[in-house]
Design a protein around this ligand. Sequence first.
Ligand SMILES: [Ca+2]
Ligand SMILES: [Ca+2]
Length: 459
Amino acid sequence: MKNGKYITMLPDEYITIGKLQNMFGKLRNMFGKPQNMFGKLQNMFGKLQNMFGKPQNMFGKPQNMFGKPQNMFGKLPTAIGKLNCTLNIYIIYIMNKSSSYKTMAGALCLAACMMLSSCEKEQQPVALETFQFAGSDTPIDALDVGEVQPVTVTLSPENTTERIIWTSADPEIAQVQSNEPGRVAGVIGLKVGNTLVSASTLDGRFSQSFPVEVIIKVKKITFSDGMILQSPGTGRFDVLFDPENATIRDLLWTSGNPEVVGIDPASGLITALSPGSSVITATAKQGGKSASIEIFVSGEPPVFGQEYCSITGYGDYCADRVSTSGAVQDLAHSNANIPTDNYRYYEGEKLTVKRGEPFTLNLVQSNNWSRTLIWIDWNGDKDFADEGELVAVFGNFEELNDSPFSRLIAVPEDASPGFARMRVITGDSWSFNFDLESVEPCGNVRHGTVKDFEVEIIN
Ligand SMILES: [Ca+2]
Ligand SMILES: [Ca+2]
């Protein structure tokens, strides 16, 4: 060994020593603070997910990956020993710089190395007594393809030096990676199927496993177009899964108003039971994603679909003439006959109006000790309960109200184009002694007659 050569080697080696010692120092700190480490590992898990974002690269070389930390740890004490030796050679060299006895230096170096090697302190092994999965014996419920879920083990005693080795029985279905001591692992689903993930000590003294089911999870469900009627009063909805090949497709069906719409919780078969509305909900058993739709029941016997509420009356108070002027197509109803049950829909006697354009509504009652209320279902939702749908109140309470009446009606700009209905109720003067805006013209009318007409609303 020439002095000159030796000297030129030293600075590089020295730098390397510094780096490795720092590195080793960090590792030791990391392992020396398991609680902190746990905090870090959760962060680490965040990283793991990013890491798993490239499962092919990452998992492409699982053996290399898993092999490296072991090799690294195996080599490090040796490396440190060697470098400590080199450091000491340097020290010894400095000490002996004035000496020209190279052999002596070499011998001292060897002696120092041997001494240092023998002085290296081995960490005392602390045997594992128990270990268990944190939280549950089946830590992973179901894993999506590409999804990573963490699993942790609780080791006792806490400072055990034993490491936990993780394996997947079928690495094509799910793979598992862990941090160095094996206390935290990440399991990634790769293919639909079932496998077993095991955690064991290196010597196999302890071993536990849990099943992992890899599925394609439901991300969203929606109803396909419309109800599929099986009869006027029974039907069902088709549900579309996203993704289409979701593995578990079981649904739970519920009806928000089971007195209106009955439902079979498993098949989703719905039955119309009484007039009203109910929100039908399908919930995917896997993951709990749901879809809802409001459906209506009307009529007697009850059928699905929205229909105008039924109404009846009694007595001989009646709107003899209902007419309009200035509409696109005017209505000219004139009929003094009292219909059956004092209600009739005069199909074909149609009023056509244009959105935003007014028309005049005219009315003649059969008896002037009467009042008449008129609604138009402007938004076409088969009720007369929306704002502005009570379009006229002719006559005062408890008074003799001379007709004919007339009123200019403004067709709302936002009226729904299509077919709707106008409902005309004429009762005696003592009728309708309530908040008129809040009443729905349904049920039975006191001493009165109800006439319905078709209204077409055009743009
Ligand atoms: Ca309405
Ligand atoms: Ca409404």
